[in-house]
Design a protein around this ligand. Structure first.
Ligand code: PXP
Length: 240
């Protein structure tokens, strides 16, 4: 049976994080978004966090105007963020939970416990023509609740799979993803996944039935640093 092409959304938060280390203008996330596009990225993903630790409002506005790939804005479900998204109109918004003290998004959004609030945010975003995804743990209850509040997609949190410490644990976590994926497709949702995916663990997730898009950031940036350092040092050496 012929497999559908799985799309790649490249998350460029960590490019902005390097820039913020010096509060300068480089590296510019727009330049990297364009390079990612040129290299085959189907979408560009950014997380505009409440603490603005990496991506800034102006980055999102710049990307909106100047990239051709789809823009996927990850954000917390708050009034301020929903208003921002309705103004900027990315093709897609992915609602994620956010805690100030976390290093990165730690768990999926608890849709079951926050149904009414999330339903209202989903409705406002959809009225602005934005496709709405919800980042959820691979649990049937959260997936069905996402469908019930009107989401178009779910992004399955692959963090537990990616972080599994043994083969058995990895198998169990993968099984949860597969069952969650089946549940999402049955509910008529578009199926995406992401978090902690890298060059060693991505293939089984990309082979899941009905997988539409994977959002990957950290491992791609790490790989870019690894394969790019040689050339960067050689160029500097030749200048001096
Ligand atoms: N998807 C979501 C919802 C995320 O919050 C993140 C991390 O920002 C990613 C995907 C990408 O994760 P990673 O950087 O580990 O590839």
């Amino acid at each position: 049976m012929k497999r559908n092409k799985v799309l790649l959304g490249v998350n460029i938060d960590h490019i902005a994080q390097v820039r913020q280390a010096r509060l300068g203008t480089e590296p510019d996330p727009l330049v990297f978004a364009r390079l990612a596009e040129k290299s085959g990225a189907d979408g560009i993903t950014v997380h505009l966090r409440e603490d603005r630790r990496h991506i800034q409002d102006k980055d999102v506005l710049n990307l909106r105007k100047r990239i051709r790939a789809r823009l996927n804005l990850e954000m917390a479900g708050t009034d301020a963020m929903v208003s921002f998204a309705c103004r900027v109109k990315p093709e897609e918004v992915c609602l994620v939970p956010e805690k100030r003290e976390e290093l990165t998004t730690e768990g999926g959004l608890d849709v079951l416990r926050n149904r009414e609030k999330i339903r209202a945010f989903v409705s406002r975003l959809k009225k602005s023509g934005i496709c709405v995804s919800i980042f959820v743990d691979p649990l049937q209850g959260q997936i069905l609740a996402s469908q019930e509040v009107g989401a178009d997609c779910v992004e399955l949190h692959t963090g537990a799979y990616a972080g599994a410490q043994s083969n058995l644990q990895k198998k169990l976590e993968y099984r949860k993803l597969v069952l969650a994926g089946q549940c999402a497709l049955k509910a008529g949702l578009i199926l995406n996944a992401g978090h902690g995916l890298d060059y060693r663990n991505v293939v089984p997730v990309s082979r899941m039935t009905g997988m539409h898009e994977l959002n990957i950031g950290y491992s791609i940036v790490v790989r870019a640093l690894t394969v790019g350092l040689e050339k960067a040092v050689q160029e500097m050496k030749s200048l001096i």
